[in-house]
Ligand binder design. Structure first.
Ligand SMILES: CSC[C@H]1O[C@H](OP(=O)(O)O)[C@H](O)[C@@H]1O
Length: 355
């Protein structure tokens, strides 16, 4: 089941807020619809929102009717600003937008139709590269997974969070496909329950043994010796290896350290932000109180109660055993290993940076 697909000038998105009960699609014919889908987590997951934003930029340019290169460039930057403002933490969003803008800037082409075609092709390339990269993450990662491993994961870093196959779930899928007979504990991941709703749904579809736990069971699971390793995704990784990921990840990393368990982060290099020296500079999205005070629309807290709802936290590099990327496994010191891996990938020249 595709997270998204491009159909003759329409971006078709799987509405992840309806899963697991209903499989419904949104047909995006303008960039505002894509922006709303990203804000409301109908499409979510760092690489997935990057790819969706890229197609959203294309939709905005297609609708502009630009008659010149200058008009098209101006419109592209306007639309990119709207899409870049949807969610601040996942760097893949601005990385994808910057990549399309850089392609436009670097192209000598003047014809708006040709330039639009160039953007569509770059968005397709981002999507294809992410899927191919996740397969490589899976292969690099499964080499770290012992036979029969019992793996704890958090949130959803699966096919639904990417162009397919997944990052943390890509490692799990590859280990399963390698016949390692792994089993998974999926943390439900309050407040939006990506683990309960999405990760279990994905793993059941692939016949990978999965047990759902509430977030507050993780410590006792480890204390009972029921976990062999933890693998999670990431939304932004700073140059020193600090990792921003779904709220609750930091606590799992502390618990893994306490119990002497490997704590792996799986992410493509498009999630690494070398412009940030450490995680203290990563913008952390804070979301609406209703996500915490309500469950499926039913209040679970008294009206008017104060709420703090950060969607992510930051795990310090010292708690991260290794970072599994699409270009290899980075080990500490990450300030050296991450730039080395990133330098192995060509970057678009003269990129325009939002950040
Ligand atoms: C493969 S990155 C997935 C990453 O994104 C999730 O956040 P959200 O569901 O809010 O988009 C979570 O942090 C996952 O680890």
């Amino acid at each position: 089941m595709d997270t998204m697909r491009w159909e003759n000038g329409t971006l078709v998105l799987l509405d992840q807020t309806k899963l697991p009960g209903r499989v419904e699609y949104i047909y995006c014919r303008d960039h505002e619809t894509v922006a709303e889908a990203i804000r409301s987590l109908r499409v979510r997951g760092a690489p997935a929102i990057g790819a969706a934003a890229a197609y959203g930029l294309v939709l905005g340019v297609l609708a502009s009717g630009a008659k010149s290169r200058e008009q098209l460039l101006a419109r592209a930057r306007e639309v990119a600003d709207v899409l870049a403002s949807t969610r601040p933490t996942a760097v893949n969003l601005t990385w994808a937008l910057n990549r399309l803008l850089a392609r436009l800037e670097a192209s000598p082409v003047a014809d708006p139709e040709e330039l639009t075609e160039l953007l569509i092709n770059e968005a397709h390339t981002i999507y294809r590269e992410d899927l191919e990269g996740n397969k490589r993450i899976g292969q690099f990662g499964q080499e770290l997974v012992p036979r029969g491993a019992r793996i704890l994961t958090h949130c959803n870093a699966g096919a639904l969070a990417t162009a397919g196959y997944g990052t943390a779930l890509g490692v799990i899928r590859a280990a399963h496909e390698a016949g390692k007979q792994v089993s998974v504990y999926a943390g439900e991941t309050r407040p939006l329950l990506q683990g309960a709703r999405l990760t279990t749904w994905e793993l059941l579809q692939d016949n990978i043994p999965v047990t759902l736990i509430t977030d507050n069971m993780a410590a006792y699971l480890m204390a009972r010796g029921m976990v062999d390793l933890v693998v999670v995704g990431a939304d932004r990784i700073a140059a020193n290896g600090d990792v921003a990921n779904k709220i609750g990840t930091y606590g799992l990393a502390v618990l893994a350290k306490e119990h002497g368990l490997p704590f792996y982060v799986a992410a493509p290099l498009s999630t690494v932000d070398l412009s940030l020296a450490s995680g203290k500079d990563i913008p952390i999205e804070e979301r609406e109180p209703e996500e915490v005070t309500h469950l499926a629309g039913v209040p679970v807290a008294p009206a008017g109660v104060k709420v703090w709802n950060p969607a992510f936290d930051v795990t310090p590099a010292r708690l991260v055993t290794a970072i599994i990327t699409d270009r290899g496994v980075a080990r500490p010191p990450y300030a050296e290993s991450l730039p080395r891996l990133c330098s192995s990938v060509a970057k678009p020249e003269n990129s325009i940076y939002f950040i």
